[in-house]
Design a protein around this ligand. Structure first.
Ligand SMILES: [Zn+2]
Length: 400
């Protein structure tokens, strides 16, 4: 990704640059002397590299007022408008895009129709969406550092290939290369739950957790895993298929062709099917089940509570395996309320190994439409702040 490394081929210098950029981001405002002290780099190295970051527009100097006499110290701060990124979430029938600065503040939002599932048409429509976002934000195209795309299914992030997507029926589509060739900016593609997980690490969090798990509840059940500060994708992008862990081998048929997957018992559609059996055949959708449960209707409460128990047990299993600091539950399903989440917490505490629960927080995130596009944007932001030794090989190869 030479446009972000800006032609600097020297690995040590690139690593030092990444260390300093991250230190400035974490500190907020920091002097060069403090940076040298914090990072262990020599004052000369700090001066040279921060000089380059200032020239690139990623960092700026500001004089502080709180001097104890003499000249006020010059502080360095990250310039969130030093570059811009675009995040796009591909959904069934349409795509949502947002152009943001490096703090993920949104400058422009837009959507585009993707009803035609052909790859060529989709690439064309995504290019139109990206150009519209650049134009309506007033950002110059050369200030665009990259485009991130999140979509459901199995995605090979390293090679930018959509291995399998349920909505478009795509198999092994090199979407990253197709878009990069057309747009001439770096394009990163990942599973949408992974992008959402990265946004939890990168957006408005100066001290993010290094070990946490995001679980999405809604149409499906997804999971993103951060281990030691890095997203874990598995050998080919398939990690995190929590929805297809089998909890009842005699359970209902799942979309994946097996029986009794967590998703076949806890997804929106599964809950509506269960409610039609025990509450009444006229149940229209999940919102009606939630309304009835909130009003205290016992059978509706039972449907959500049984699903909550199943998820809570799986969370206990995950904590036993990964010992994360934090579990974040996100997605459209967070509207299910206390009937569901009280059961999640109780089942979690009943099933987790004694000693592992005390330090683990389960957090339910409030939900908004922007979050998926912001997640895709943070895929690019994550790459900008990554050390070169953590970067995937593709990035350097793709830009050479
Ligand atoms: Zn399944």
């Amino acid at each position: 990704m030479s446009s972000i490394l800006l032609g600097n081929r020297d690995l040590i210098r690139s690593i030092n640059r990444s260390i300093l950029l991250n230190a400035i981001k974490t500190q907020g405002e920091v002097s060069r002397a403090a940076l040298a002290h914090l990072t262990g780099l020599s004052p000369a190295t700090v001066t040279a590299i921060t000089g380059q970051l200032i020239q690139e527009g990623l960092v700026f100097e500001k004089a502080t007022g709180d001097s104890t006499g003499g000249r006020p110290p010059i502080m360095l701060a990250l310039n969130p408008r030093g570059g811009f990124v675009i995040g796009i979430k591909l959904m069934e029938g349409h795509a949502i895009g947002a152009l943001t600065d490096l703090n993920a503040a949104i400058l422009a939002k837009d959507t585009i129709d993707l009803a035609d599932k052909q790859v060529e048409t989709s690439v064309e429509m995504l290019s139109i969406l990206i150009n519209r976002l650049v134009q309506s934000s007033g950002v110059r195209k050369k200030q665009l550092l990259g485009v991130g795309i999140g979509l459901a299914g199995v995605v090979d992030f390293t090679h930018g290939i959509v291995r399998q997507n349920p909505f478009f029926g795509w198999r092994n589509i090199p979407l990253g290369d197709l878009l990069e060739t057309r747009l001439r900016v770096p394009v990163f593609i990942d599973n949408d739950v992974n992008t959402l997980t990265l946004s939890e690490k990168w957006i408005n969090r100066s001290q993010p957790e290094d070990n946490f798990i995001v679980i999405t509840v809604g149409r499906g059940i997804g999971m993103g895993i951060i281990i030691n500060g890095q997203i874990y994708r598995g050998k080919a992008g398939g990690a995190g298929e929590l929805g297809h862990t089998i909890v009842d081998a005699n359970g209902p048929l799942c979309d994946c062709g097996r029986h009794g997957c967590l998703e076949s018992l806890v997804s929106d559609r599964a809950l509506v099917a269960q409610a039609r059996q025990v509450v009444g055949p006229d149940i229209a959708d999940l919102d009606e089940v939630i309304r009835l449960a909130t009003a205290g209707q016992a059978e509706a409460v039972g449907v959500l509570a049984r699903a909550g128990v199943l998820l809570g047990r799986q969370i206990a299993n995950l904590v036993n395996v990964f010992d994360p600091k934090l579990i974040i539950i996100s997605g459209e399903g967070t509207r299910m309320g206390e009937a569901f989440f009280a059961a999640v917490r109780t089942a979690f505490h009943d099933c987790v190994m004694p000693g592992l629960a005390e330090d683990t927080e389960i957090r339910v995130n409030s939900w908004g439409d922007d979050i998926w596009a912001l997640g895709a944007a943070s895929l690019v932001i994550a790459e900008i702040f990554k050390s070169p030794i953590q970067k995937e090989e593709r990035l350097d190869q793709a830009r050479k």
